[in-house]
Design a protein around this ligand. Structure first.
Ligand code: ZN
Length: 129
């Protein structure tokens, strides 16, 4: 990827973030969203990385999480959790866990297991479904 392409990709993501709108607009019943990501690999070059992303009602409804795998050549575009989050809100789910897989494919990176956990808090004045 050239420098120019990288810039274009970055601008595109900023635009996507803008287009996504605010959580308070798209999901007024949501109070906050927390995404926990955990990268795990057992063995000689074991890694254990954790990352927590916090979204409030005034954040953009844009749930793309970048891969934490160093030198990752697999998921350069990150992970899209928009569908997961939207599905949870539709069914008024508070907690959802899942697994993702990164193949690495970089010079030094190898495959890792990624588990994620999405926790959504809802505004209390919205009746539960
Ligand atoms: Zn990756």
């Amino acid at each position: 990827m050239t420098y120019r392409e990288r810039c274009d990709a970055k601008l595109e993501r900023m635009q996507e973030r803008q287009d996504a709108g605010l959580i308070s607009q798209r999901f007024p019943e949501v109070s906050s969203i927390v995404v926990d990501m955990e990268h795990n690999r057992a063995g000689v070059s074991a890694i254990h990385l954790m990352r927590t992303l916090n979204f409030s009602s005034c954040s953009h409804a844009y749930f793309r999480v970048e891969c934490l795998n160093k030198d990752c050549g697999d998921c350069t575009d990150g992970f899209h959790l928009d569908q997961v989050v939207a599905g949870m809100i539709r069914t008024h789910t508070a907690l959802k866990e899942g697994e993702l897989k990164c193949e690495g494919n970089g010079v030094t990176s190898r495959s890792v297991n990624i588990s994620y956990k999405v926790t959504i808090r809802y505004n209390e004045f919205f009746p539960r479904a």
